[in-house]
Design a protein around this ligand. Structure first.
Ligand code: GLU
Length: 315
């Protein structure tokens, strides 16, 4: 196990890099660089219908234009290659097998409709909790359709952790989430499983990502604890919002790094604004990645908890 800081940026290649992506990339990059650590680029292309051809290369190009580099990744390789999730299925399969050997995996042929009918109505903003319909169904029964594989979440699965930006958090995974999917019916490994396995295998010490993934962290930690794998620390940074206060979507072409670049905005202008928003600097003056790192070296990073509005003007 390494003691050196290792962070990762894990874009899904579903469109151009927008300011929200640049925001989390900068946060994880600075955390590693300010501590003499390493940065990993991992392409999360597990969901074939969402992948946009050429997008991974364009995102890498935009990061490079911003001045954010990486030590390991699909293009440069590294000790934990491959760094593209679609090439890592054997690792995910091995993790599911290991959980199965512990008696913690079962097939589920419920449709979405079945689940919606059986589950109690979720409160606004909550995910539907799987009611456990297939949990105790006899093994070897006839399936209505190709089954998904679910984790049999132990009833005592209370998962606590200290988030670098949000403090102490904990969740009762059995009560709040229920038995979650490890492999979808179409054979695609679930985000929760793939990310947990990859972060552990790649010896990531700090997972830096946006707060919209905070609710996933207890599931990922639960998987790592059940598998006896290395647990990273987590830092969940706030969201980047558009001028109307909505979450930046990939469909917001005005806020892509590429559009800003074409409009004549410089990397230092973008990074300077992002760095102030994140709590890495006191001013929003233009700054290079190296300058932002130098500031972060000399103090504890005080991650902000406030969502940040993307600027509408860049002068
Ligand atoms: N691939 C995910 C995304 O682009 C990020 C996953 C993570 O950071 O855990 O939204």
């Amino acid at each position: 196990m390494t003691s050196r800081v290792r962070t990762r940026f894990a874009p899904s290649p579903t469109g151009d890099l927008h300011l929200g992506g640049a925001w989390t990339a900068l946060a994880s990059w600075v955390l590693a660089r300010a501590r003499g650590g390493r940065v990993v680029l991992r392409v999360e292309d597990l969901d074939p219908p969402r992948v946009v051809a050429g997008s991974a290369a364009r995102v890498a190009e935009d990061l490079t234009w911003l001045g954010l580099d990486w030590d390991e990744g699909p293009d440069v390789g590294g000790p934990f290659a491959p760094y593209t999730q679609s090439e890592r299925a054997a690792r995910y399969a091995a993790a599911v097998d290991a959980l199965d050997a512990l008696g913690l995996v079962y097939p589920c042929d419920c449709s979405r409709k079945d689940i919606a009918r059986a589950a109690s109505a979720p409160h606004a903003g909550e995910e539907l909790r799987y009611p456990g319909t297939c949990r105790d169904a006899p093994r070897g029964r006839a399936m209505k359709r190709e089954p998904a594989l679910r984790l049999r979440v132990p009833t005592d699965a209370r998962v606590g952790f200290d988030d670098g930006a949000r403090g102490r958090l904990d969740q009762d995974v059995a009560r709040d989430v229920g038995d979650f999917v490890l492999r979808r019916a179409d054979g695609v490994y679930a985000y929760q499983l793939a990310v947990a396995v990859d972060d552990a295998h790649m010896q990531i010490t700090h997972v830096v990502r946006a707060v919209d993934l905070l609710a996933s962290t207890p599931r990922q930690l639960l998987l790592l604890r059940l598998l006896g794998m290395h647990e990273p620390s987590y830092v969940h940074v706030p969201l980047v919002l558009d001028a109307d206060g909505r979450r930046l979507a990939k469909r917001a072409p005005r806020e892509t790094v590429r559009a800003l670049r074409e409009a004549g905005v410089t990397p230092a202008q973008i990074l300077g604004r992002l760095a102030q928003g994140l709590g890495l600097r006191d001013t929003d003056e233009p700054a290079t990645a190296a300058e932002i790192t130098r500031d972060a070296e000399s103090r504890e990073i005080a991650w902000t908890r406030d969502d940040w509005r993307a600027p509408t003007t860049w002068e």
